[in-house]
Design a protein around this ligand. Structure first.
Ligand code: TYD
Ligand code: MG
Length: 461
């Protein structure tokens, strides 16, 4: 008999190595390699072997242009969620909902499954983390106790699959994928091998039985907890539920969607009665905005199809000693370094001996390059101690040459800004409209000059 060779699987990235080492070759993490004995692929063990005839199926070619209707969808009626999914949950699809432990995934999905059940779908909720009583108590607290959801507390994959086969639900929530274990593997629950194998089986089940399956996965900001990452490529959609612990709102973000657009977000507010939809996120993020302090700029951003306004705050202060600090919350630190370098090289400003802190208010995360100009404006405003006009918004992408490039969906950004009471915008040059007063900014130097003028006006006053 052939010797069974062990393999070593990185618990962080899922990378496989033939030999143990202290550091994973693939992702560079330390002490993450764990020994695993490869077993026969799932479903091929003697007890499960299918007759040859069942295994061999005939290839069925079709035209690329064949008529295909848009998939039907289960609508939850929670419009923030339906939009993120591209209009609702597609039957037979598999979704992964990831997020930090304690961020509110179980609460959200219990609300989702209850809504679907109330709308007539056959829905089940399998919890591997909480006992039935705990889930029931939560449902009662959320006012959902009478929703016809079948509930089970189980972690054994084979039992869950049998249960799903018997119940034949339209939609099933599996909370969480890290608690599942398959008896076909020796590895412990939560290891990459178990998570991958269990997710694979559930995804296969979803397709075969036309049951929409939502897998819950815990991840941490730095991706420390193993598992969900290796599931991402198997599922049809990946949604991340994020937010800062100290803040009331939560964001559901689609990072992959085979049945709709990505980059769409849903905004929720936490309450005693669970997650509430936020229809106007800009108002929420701008709520409690301070007075005429320098270093703040309102960025007119886009999240998917929706404009979202957020405040970007910068503080440039003399460095106490040693290397100046650069700290960023809610934006990319590499991008901050770039904006600082452009300001130094193209406008002769000096941030060298100064600490720079950048914060997106409310704990929101911005990924858009269109925020470059708003970040630059906040930095320069703090450096000059010259506030931007309180009723102004900023957007535009910065190139290394110092030019400001136009960004997409200008009209929507301006319309939303006007709706929220803003009257002027620092924006890439060449925009023609009459909702707001526009300062056309073609280079970063033009922005600095504008702010400098603002400062001298203040000095004169
Ligand atoms: P939970 O849904 O259990 O988080 P996760 O499944 O991501 O680990 O929520 C964590 C805690 O927060 C839980 O005690 C319930 C509470 N919570 C509320 O009280 N209101 C809310 O709107 C949410 C989302 C959570
Ligand atoms: Mg949970």
């Amino acid at each position: 008999m052939a010797r069974v060779e062990s393999i070593y699987v990185c618990q962080s990235c899922g990378g496989v190595q033939a030999k143990w080492a202290g550091r994973c070759d693939a992702c560079g993490s330390w002490n993450t390699l764990q020994e695993e004995t490869p077993s026969a692929p799932l479903g091929t063990s003697a007890s499960k072997a299918k007759p040859a005839s069942a295994r061999r199926s005939k290839m069925n070619w079709v035209d690329l242009g064949s008529q295909t209707e848009d998939p039907p969808r289960y609508q939850t009626g929670i419009s923030e969620l339906d939009r993120v999914c591209g209009g609702g949950i597609v039957p037979g699809s598999a979704l992964l909902v990831g997020g930090d432990p304690g961020i509110g995934k179980s609460t959200l999905l219990l609300q989702v499954v209850a809504k679907l059940a109330q709308n007539g779908a056959k829905a089940v909720y399998v919890s591997g983390e909480e006992a039935n009583d705990q889930v029931r108590r939560r449902a009662k607290r959320l006012g959902l106790a009478d929703a016809p959801v079948a509930l089970a507390s189980e972690t054994a994959l084979s039992t869950i699959l049998d249960g799903l086969k018997a119940e034949q639900p339209d939609i099933a929530i599996i909370d969480s994928v890290q608690t599942l274990w398959s008896d076909q593997l020796a590895a412990a629950p939560g290891t990459v091998a178990q998570v991958r194998a269990c997710a694979q089986e559930l995804v296969r089940f979803a397709k075969k039985r036309n049951t929409a399956i939502i897998l819950v996965g815990h991840v941490t900001k730095d991706g420390q907890i193993a598992g969900p990452r290796v599931v991402e490529h198997m599922v049809d959609g990946v949604l991340y539920f994020e937010g800062e612990r100290g803040h009331q709102f939560r964001i559901l973000r689609a990072v992959k969607n085979r049945f709709g657009p990505t980059d769409e977000i849903g905004v929720f507010e936490m309450s005693d009665l669970g997650l509430r939809e936020v229809e106007n996120p800009s108002a929420l993020f701008l709520d409690g905005r301070g007075g005429d302090a320098s270093g703040a700029a309102v960025f007119a951003g886009m999240e998917g199809t929706r404009p979202v306004l957020t405040e970007i705050q910068a503080l440039v202060a003399p460095a106490a000693f040693g290397t100046p600090r650069r700290a960023v919350v809610g934006w990319d630190s590499g991008r901050l370094a770039m904006v600082l370098a452009v300001l130094e090289a193209r406008c002769g400003l000096n941030f060298g001996g100064r600490d720079v802190y950048l914060n997106v208010a409310g704990g929101f995360k911005i990924n858009e390059p269109a925020a470059d100009l708003a970040v630059a404006a906040a930095l320069v405003s703090s450096l000059f101690d010259s506030p931007l006009p309180r009723d102004s918004v900023v957007f535009g992408e910065l190139s290394l040459s110092g030019d400001v490039r136009p960004v997409g969906r200008t009209e929507l950004r301006l319309k939303e800004s006007a709706k929220l009471g803003f009257t002027q915008a620092f924006a890439p040059a060449g925009i023609e409209q009459d909702t707001l007063r526009i300062y056309g900014i073609d280079t970063i130097r033009a922005l600095v000059e504008q702010l400098d003028r603002g400062q001298s006006r203040d000095d004169d006053a």
